[in-house]
Write a protein that binds this ligand. Structure first.
Ligand code: UD1
Ligand code: MG
Length: 452
């Protein structure tokens, strides 16, 4: 049944108060566009039939955002020019074949909204309409709910409100459920005789009341879940609340977060219990962290899968895989499909890109390992560089197991160093080194012991 709930998301507004070249609902919080969060809440509430009212500027972006938020298909309709939220709903309804039942209308700029509130307003709709309200600290730019006794009488926008009305502290959240036929009739009659010369969706409330209908208020238990984002101050405030919510979710699931205020998470991370996250750490999209790992301080992990008992300190790990007991940092950079197998260790100022380091490999100081394969237990001395780029293409370096790469070795790729080989300090390796051989010099040659 819930699969048939219809929702209209209003996302066409210019967002002038953002003072941005980027349309408002595409501004990001917790690594996702504002609109993504609204669409995710609808998905979590079981809403599958979604029409997003867009501007020409964002229309092409919406399908990918919706898919990323978990919707199989959303439709869009362009509102151009934008004459207000009521006008946006008129345009949306013109796209939808009329039907009996409830339709949700959701502002696209309320990224903190949660599924439970969506369900609550849907369930409260009754014969005419329901809307979410919240008591908020004043002053506020939200539209005020004007009650007549207990009943919702009308909504007055802050810009059109009298001083008495501005003193009201029950706000219109921007989340509504309407009996569809009544919404169609009410939006058809809207006028724009207000401060902004716009067609306000909120005026439908007074007209339904005038027609003898009753509006069901759903008072949000926490006003913070309905905060709107209209400028960058509100964006930062909403981002902090959302981040706190994400941190609390993981803390309740057994993750120690030493300082949630400086730990930046995104939705859909997988963090096992007994992971510790130290301050000033960001975990981005696609990251999974295994149990007993310790991440941070001052670290960023994006698109990477970490095993158990992994340590990452003061480092950046991107699009890579770290096996159990791997230790990275401080001040390392792992990227581009790097794979560090069990117990591999990187120390300060080591960069690893598109390389596989076998179990127990160590590269503890000042090195670049790019486009390389390194066998188990090999030690990479300080200041080793794989010279992978010949000016035209990237070439591979292959190093076997139990190899000793001496300090300040340059491996000029393509080149291969066999199992158990050794390079002396300062070697410039331009030819393959057979297994077990010891080389040194520039260019590196076999060290031949003088016969007695
Ligand atoms: C709106 C409500 C206000 C409520 C507040 C909650 C109206 C008239 N006012 O005010 O009562 O307290 O939200 O946050 O509805 N949009 C369109 N087309 C347009 C105009 C807006 O799609 O022509 C979209 C915007 O992109 C936005 C949403 O509708 O996502 C709300 O518009 P916004 O301009 O932010 O309205 P508020 O002034 O915040
Ligand atoms: Mg708004």
């Amino acid at each position: 049944m819930t699969g048939h709930i219809r929702a209209v998301v209003l996302a066409a507004g210019k967002g002038t108060r953002m003072k941005s070249a980027r349309p408002k609902v595409l501004h990001a919080l917790a690594g996702r566009p504002m609109l993504w969060h609204v669409l995710r809440a609808l998905r979590d509430a079981g809403v599958r039939d979604v029409l997003v009212v867009t501007s020409g500027e964002i229309d092409a972006d919406v399908p990918a955002i919706a898919a990323d938020a978990g919707h199989d298909a959303v439709r869009t309709v362009v509102q151009e020019p934008q004459h207000g939220t009521g006008h946006a709903v008129q345009i949306a309804l013109a796209q939808l074949p009329p039907r009996d039942g409830t339709v949700l209308v959701v502002n696209g700029d309320m990224p903190l909204v949660e599924a439970v509130l969506v369900r609550a307003v849907f369930d409260a709709c009754g014969k005419a309409a329901a809307l979410v309200t919240a008591r908020m600290p004043l002053p506020s730019s939200f539209g005020r709910i004007v009650r007549d006794g207990d009943r919702v009488g009308r909504i007055v926008e802050a810009r059109d409100a009298s001083d008495d009305e501005l003193a009201l502290d029950e706000m219109n959240a921007g989340l509504y459920a309407y009996e569809e036929a009544k919404l169609r009739a009410a939006v058809a009659e809207l006028k724009n005789d207000n401060a902004q010369r716009e067609y306000y969706l909120t005026d439908t409330i007074a007209s339904l009341v005038a027609a003898g209908e009753r509006i069901a208020p759903v008072v949000a238990p926490d006003y913070r879940s309905v905060l709107g984002v209209n400028d960058r101050v509100e964006l930062a405030a909403a981002a902090a609340l959302l981040n706190r919510r994400l941190c609390e979710h993981h803390m309740r699931a057994g993750v120690t977060i030493v300082d949630p205020a400086t730990t930046y998470l995104e939705p859909d991370l997988e963090i096992a219990s007994d992971v510790t996250i130290l301050p000033n750490t960001t975990l981005g999209r696609g990251t999974k962290i295994g149990a007993h790992s310790e991440i941070g301080p001052n670290s960023r992990i994006v698109g990477s899968v970490l095993g158990e008992h992994v340590i990452v300190s003061d480092s950046l790990v991107r699009d890579s895989r770290l096996g159990d007991f791997v230790a990275v940092g401080p001040w390392a950079h792992v990227r581009g499909g790097a794979q560090l197998e069990t117990g591999a260790r990187l120390g300060n100022f080591v960069e690893v890109k598109n390389s596989t380091l076998g179990p127990g490999v160590k590269a503890m100081h000042l090195s670049y390992i790019g486009d390389a394969t390194v066998g188990e237990r090999t030690n990479i001395g300080a200041a080793t560089v794989t010279c992978n780029y010949d000016g035209e293409k990237k070439n591979r370096t292959i190093i076997g197991k139990d190899v000793f790469i001496g300090t300040n070795t340059l491996l000029v790729a393509p080149v291969e160093v066999g199992d158990g080989a050794l390079t002396g300090a300062g070697s410039v390796v331009i030819r393959d080194v057979p297994p077990g051989e010891r080389v040194a010099g520039n260019p590196a040659r076999a060290i031949v012991k003088k016969s007695q």
